[in-house]
Write a protein of this length. Sequence first.
Length: 107
Amino acid sequence: MKYRLNYLWAIIAVVVSSSSAFADITYNNPRVNNRPVDWCLNPAVQCGRPAADRFCEIAHAGTAVRFHGQRSAVATLILGNRQMCTLNRFDHCDRFDKIVCSATRFD
């Protein structure tokens, strides 16, 4: 019985000591190809989280855990179709001013 308990504690110690953690990466005014990232993944659809998740995927940084957007005075890159949102094409464009991505890090 004592041998089994020691074995169990050894397994717990290995699991607890394995060094994996979630690392948050903050992108203020995120850009792709030097263009602000549009709030929507595709024109006027899949807005917010889907577009933020796609940005994190492109950045190899996991998935979005927090994000915030605002109206944009400049053209933005729509990640789903890789086209630009411009005021010539749409009545307004929104962009992310912050995306926080979270990825698992193994040391």
